[in-house]
Design a protein around this ligand. Structure first.
Ligand code: ADP
Ligand code: MG
Length: 735
């Protein structure tokens, strides 16, 4: 009896060397291995008799080997294997492989083989270069069908994985197998599978690894997507429910106060801002915690909307905390809120943790009643303690900071509202974790307020298409700022061909002479989540080139992901203080950073970015009163890259519109949600992501999740699901 939860180590045919590689890929058990999915398929399913009709097509042919040859070219340390097979219609076919002499150990004269590859002509003879091959007597595993191609790391090939997968899958499907019922358990209830005509788990896995046809493959992928989405929905509904059962402080809407505040703003609120503010204020009135997402493009004015809720909360006598993903952003919020509330006598503190090693908190306090004074704080040896004491006794009304805010020793006196800015930077699915970590009130009367949790407002500047919003933020209520302040000058966006490069450089010089500042952004060269040394080299080289050859008279700064946090901070600060004219950077530029004086955003190889990301970069300029520009450079002969590129014509959408929601919808259609959410680290497998544009699937998954939880909120009657959900939550919490 084999247990699929046993570690790979226990399978003798998988040697320790392979176990190590697989473990690096996160594959520890046989079950993990079964769920290690291909990322694409080679279509070798066209099995034909050879003829000219198939030239330059990928086909599969069978035949007997009539000749083999091994050429060694010692000078170049190279070997070439050449075989000739005779196919059923007596036409010879040559096949050639480089540096794989071991092939001849299997492919000997007289052996019947099956070859899959592109049919070409070598002189007048039919030929294939490096075709996939296997003996005809074997099951079609590497040829003659849709062939799975797995994400590879060194030390492991798709061919090897296919082989192992086959050995693992076959006995599971055997009718006599006890394993199927005992171990490969289907977590999707049979009724649901039946209702939506979904494959059972065994068929799903076999068709994903060895699809009999494209149709069956898609059906299997849909079933996986449904399952993942179903779990996501169960989780979000549960979170929403748990949240709704908690108590919170009802904060009465003081219309006069808010009207007065709004009327003294230097601008008129947009209708979208009004509506969102009202939705939030209404939520705050309830004795149940608000859980709302404020989604609005860069520059749509989220800060002031959040400020309205802050003012209402503080005026009612409670504290508010604002958490930002980076130091720079936290500091910028601190400055903004000090300015916004300068006439209100509100005490505001900044709390960040920039030097984690020595655990030295940075902080400052702002207020106009001079209860606290920054100088005094700085002189105090244990200023941090002093600060924490005044957060705990609620003398500080508003605390702004980074993750430092959710550290254990930070206790609030009467915290009633938490605002999280640029929440996607914390990871989409990490949200749940953040909610659980929200600092609780340090209860004055423990019994009464022990259960009370603060209201929660999260904000994101990535315009999220509706479908995705439902899928990922099902546990949240949504407020959308889909309208830009009127005074905004739309950023002029232009796609620049290589021949126009110098013209743009001249234009940039004239802008700098007007004391404006410039961003230059370079894409990542390799496809990876973080920057590699190659990227750093490229950005350094460009910085060097621009400094020496193009802009020798100006000051250039350099920013990339390999810099230490402190170094990054210094560069950003210098740019912000106008000590730098041009900032050359990889795509690490902080979301939300405000440099009103920057008027030009120049993006190299812009075809390598997604539209949404380009739009985000563009949002770094156009924050002041001057006309701003975004130049999208495209390369005609760009360096080969593994990153899928956007055809420059697609970039035209950016020239046409500044509307982030329109752009993100277009991006979703063009590249699918996987790419779209790539930067947001959804934590979902690609397979689920691919089918996310399928609105129906999400709706059905949600409906079924609701149905199940209605009858069985704690999933007591569905232990399999409960267990899968627990594992699933752990997985998505980890990122
Ligand atoms: P974001 O949504 O990116 O956080 P901000 O809140 O930082 O945007 O707002 C960007 C700028 O627009 C700020 O300088 C803010 O004062 C200004 N602003 C906000 N609302 C309006 C409005 N209704 N009219 C004019 N300017 C506004
Ligand atoms: Mg903002």
């Amino acid at each position: 009896m084999v247990n699929l939860n046993l570690p790979l180590k226990s399978i003798p045919r998988i040697t320790p060397k392979y176990v190590r590689v697989l473990e690096k890929l996160g594959v520890f058990t046989m079950k993990d291995f079964l769920f290690y999915f291909p990322f694409r398929y080679d279509d070798f399913s066209q099995i034909v008799s050879i003829s000219e009709d198939y030239l330059n097509q990928v086909i599969t042919v069978e035949g007997k080997i009539i000749k083999t040859k091994l050429n060694r070219i010692f000078r170049r340390k190279m070997s070439i294997v050449e075989i000739i097979i005779e196919t059923e219609n007596n036409i010879p076919l040559k096949a050639v492989w480089f540096n794989q002499p071991f092939i001849l150990e299997t492919l000997k004269e007289g052996v019947e083989v099956r070859l899959s590859g592109k049919l070409i002509l070598d002189g007048k003879k039919f030929s294939m270069n490096s075709p996939a091959w296997e003996k005809s007597s074997r099951d079609m595993t590497n040829t003659g069908r849709l062939i799975p191609v797995y994400p590879q790391t060194s030390g492991i090939t798709s061919k090897w994985i296919r082989w192992q997968m086959k050995m693992l899958l076959e006995p599971l499907g055997h009718p006599m197998s006890k394993w199927t019922s005992d171990v490969l358990i289907d977590i999707l209830p049979a009724e649901i599978r039946k209702k939506y005509n979904l494959y059972d788990i065994y068929t799903t896995l076999s068709q994903i690894h060895f699809p009999d046809s494209k149709e069956k493959l898609i059906r299997a992928q849909k079933r996986m997507a449904f399952q993942e989405m179903f779990l996501v929905q169960l989780k979000t509904i549960q979170i929403k429910k748990e949240f709704a059962e908690k108590n919170s402080t009802g904060i009465k809407f003081d219309e006069k106060l808010i009207q007065n505040f709004v009327s003294h703003l230097p601008f008129k609120l947009t209708n979208a801002q009004r509506k969102a503010s009202f939705e939030i204020l209404k939520d705050l009135e309830k004795p149940r915690p608000m859980n709302r997402l404020l989604n609005g493009d860069v520059g749509s004015g989220k800060t002031i909307v959040s400020a309205i809720s802050v003012l209402q909360t503080i005026s009612a006598g409670y504290q508010t905390a604002i958490m930002a993903p980076t130091e720079v952003l936290a500091r910028q919020h601190f400055e903004s809120f000090c300015e916004i509330f300068k006439d209100y006598g509100i005490n505001i503190a900044l709390l960040t943790n920039s030097y984690r090693k020595i655990n030295n908190f940075q902080f400052s306090i702002f207020n106009f009643q001079s209860i606290f004074n920054e100088k005094i704080l700085k002189n105090k040896k244990n200023g941090r303690e002093y600060l924490l004491k005044n957060i705990a006794n609620a003398k500080i009304n508003l605390v702004i900071g980074t993750h430092a805010l959710i550290q254990k020793d930070v206790r609030f006196g009467n915290l009633a509202l938490v605002i999280i800015d640029e929440q996607h930077r914390f990871g989409v699915t990490q949200r749940a974790t953040l909610q659980q970590n929200i600092p609780r009130e340090s209860a004055s009367s423990p019994r009464e307020s022990a259960q009370r949790v603060p209201h929660l407002l999260t904000m994101t500047a990535t315009p999220i298409p509706r479908t995705l919003a439902i899928a990922f933020f099902g546990s949240l209520d949504l407020s959308i700022l889909d309208e830009m302040p009127k005074n905004r000058k739309p950023i002029i966006t232009k796609i620049i061909t290589p021949s126009e490069r110098n013209k743009i450089y001249e234009f940039i010089k004239s802008e700098i002479k007007k004391k404006r500042q410039i961003f230059v952004i370079l894409p990542l060269i390799e496809e990876s989540l973080s920057e590699s040394m190659v990227d750093v080299k490229a950005v350094k080289a460009e910085h060097e080139r621009l400094s020496r050859e193009i802009f020798p008279e100006f000051k250039l700064g350099l920013l990339h992901g390999k810099l230490k946090a402190k170094e990054k901070e210094t560069v950003m600060k210098d740019f912000s203080d106008k000590k730098i004219d041009i900032l050359v950077s990889t795509s690490v530029v902080e979301v939300g950073i405000d440099i009103p004086n920057a008027t030009v955003m120049l993006i190299e190889n812009s075809e390598r970015f997604g539209l949404t990301q380009l739009h985000q970069f563009r949002g770094r300029v156009g924050r002041g009163t001057e006309q701003s520009y975004c130049f999208l450079f495209t390369a005609e002969n760009s360096v080969p890259t593994s990153v899928p590129t956007l055809v420059p014509t697609r970039l035209k959408i950016l020239e046409k519109t500044n509307d982030g929601f329109e752009i993100s919808e277009a991006d979703l259609k063009l590249r699918g949600p996987g790419q779209f959410f790539g930067t947001l680290q959804s934590g979902l497998p690609d397979i689920a992501m691919e089918h996310l544009s399928n609105v129906k699937l999400i709706k059905f998954a949600r409906a079924e999740a609701q149905e199940i939880l209605k009858l069985d909120p704690k999933l007591k009657g569905h232990p399999l699901l409960a267990d899968a959900l627990k594992k699933f939550s752990e997985k998505i919490h980890l990122e």
